[in-house]
Design a protein around this ligand. Structure first.
Ligand SMILES: [Zn+2]
Length: 166
């Protein structure tokens, strides 16, 4: 009777097969102490989430403001800029919605990759608004891109706290 063919051990916590040399299972069960290790949570994803959501709310608010502001402009100006104004309005609302969604993920520490990629999209969208509105001299609109700045620390904090995400 020999056990030489059996070179692994089964985790009592999740039932996964681990190499016999493993000290910690993927589920964070520690074979030495028999305790499931908890992930240490830090302020980083929470702060990132708050920045994301704050910027997102600003964007949604800007989307509303930009519409009311341009509605008060001269009809000839609105007529000339119509397509661009509608595009900016929609873009601000979409960026705002995305920012709130990724902020929610950061707060819940879920979907790290989605949070990171979504945050990068928000920054790129902000840059797009900034560049486009500067080229076409659209009055207030460059300022609407500013909440994107909040996303730079948020991206760094999200990137640093990968191990806290599920
Ligand atoms: Zn396990």
């Amino acid at each position: 009777m020999t056990e030489s063919n059996f070179s692994g051990k089964i985790c009592p916590n999740c039932g996964r097969m681990n190499p016999s040399t493993a000290t910690i299972c993927d589920c964070r069960y520690d074979f030495e102490t028999g305790v499931v290790l908890t992930v240490q949570t830090t302020w980083k994803p929470t702060t990132a989430g708050i920045l994301d959501i704050f910027a997102g709310i600003l964007y949604i608010f800007w989307s509303y403001i930009s519409w009311s502001y341009y509605a008060s402009c001269e009809p000839s100006y609105i007529e000339r800029m119509k397509a661009l104004l509608v595009l900016m309005h929609i873009l601000l609302a979409v960026i705002g919605g995305l920012a709130v969604v990724v902020g929610g993920y950061a707060l819940k520490r879920k979907k790290w990759r989605v949070t990171l990629i979504g945050s990068i999209c928000v920054v790129l969208g902000s840059l797009g608004i900034l560049v486009k509105s500067s080229i076409t001299s659209m009055g207030l609109l460059p300022a609407f891109a500013l909440p994107g700045i909040l996303f730079i620390p948020a991206i760094i904090l999200t990137a640093l706290s990968k191990n806290e995400f599920e």
